[in-house]
Design a protein around this ligand. Sequence first.
Ligand SMILES: *Cc1c(COP(=O)(O)O)cnc(C)c1O
Length: 477
Amino acid sequence: MSDKNRKKEKSAPRAGVDRREFLATATGLASAAWVTSSGVAGARSVAWSPAAAAAPLALDGGPPVRATMLEAKLSGPQYYDDEERHEVLDVINNRSPFRWWGIDAQGKPPDKCINFEREYAEHQHTKYCIGVTSGTAALMTAMAALEVGPGDEVILPAWTWYACYDAIISAGALPVFAEVDESMDIDPTDIERHITPQTKAIMAVHILGMPADMDPVLEIARQHKLKVLEDCAQSAGTSYKGRPVGSMGECGIFSFQINKTISAGDGGAFVTSDPYRFERATRFHDCGFLRDGHAKVLGMPSRIHNFSSCHYRMNEFTGGVMRAQLRKLDRIVADFRDKSRRVTEGIKDLPGIQFRKQNDPAGALGNWVYINTKDQAQRDRFLQAMNAENVAASPMEGSAILPVATHIEKKETLQPGWPTFTVGRGKRIQYGASACPKTIDIWNRYVGIPMDPKFTDQDVADIITAVRKVYPVVMKA
Ligand SMILES: *Cc1c(COP(=O)(O)O)cnc(C)c1O
């Protein structure tokens, strides 16, 4: 929040009278909605507070809804317990930190990574999974699996993580940005105008827990014979119309970095159901080898030769922790959904309130509740007012509007002769704000309230109280 906006907020006309009028009529409705949403009257011991919601805003000197700041904690590690402890100790006791062999012949052969891969593939409804060191490594592996290289173009959303762009650049290919829509995922209606004879793949990123609208994306890909890579880094545990993310495109990737749904600190996974892509991926991520363990998983004779590659292997500590985390994934998702559903139920009757577009409400993670505003000034007032009530709220985060990142706008690569930008369309392409006006507008408008899967009933009630207090005032200004 700039000083300019803060001053504007201070001098904005007070809307107290109107708001009290509004609350007098709205609170009856809202209490009823709360009881109905819980199914049983009185089942929840903590309801939101109409009295606190009617007080002057903390921003204007009133009492804040909470005495201390309510923030969402990272999800995966909150669920660490004896299961993760046991997995890590197992690796130490067996002296087997490396996935393919150990030093102790008496010990168990290493089996954490290979078992994790089997279990994760099962969970995601894919034939194959490869554990890697990060989501970024998984994206680079996916580029190799899909044979993306110099001369190829890959369409990706303008709002996503840097790694998506970096993986395409590292492969020597050209990133081409499409806008996102009000779901914050790639806008399927903005894909076709970017397709050229050089387009090889569409990177559908499931952003901020919301699966991308895959039916139209897959249909466009089918018509134009393009590959679809699903980036599921921010959406482990989600699905689209009953299909787990990562199972719909040619291949998918996950990240187990600490900000993601489940985590071992760092780590990643590549998934596919295509044996040819699997063999390319396993060779690329492991020095060109097709190890016995993965040859067995492949279950058919090798079809490809070694090619220049990398080393992105997962280690057994990560594999073990991720096995334990995977067993908890559905519980974490259920906990997120419970919190976001109750918050949404508690505020959805506010006149005019607009939430983020849901491509599949049943399949989303529910780790954020996003509320639309008129413009950036209104969004910033909303954020400032919520944070003054000691309920954390933020603009869309966890990614960047990539076309306006300075190094991307300037096409800075590892070396001036990088093939991406020296020839053809890459030489002409312009990034910057003109490449994504709609995405910038969306980023300017949304207020995000982060969910914590372990929020208490009081926390949920406080969020509802804060939104009911702040939203009517801010939207009137
Ligand atoms: C986090 C993230 C990645 C990269 O994962 P790392 O494990 O941090 O390398 C890729 N894509 C998206 C959308 C992400 O959010």
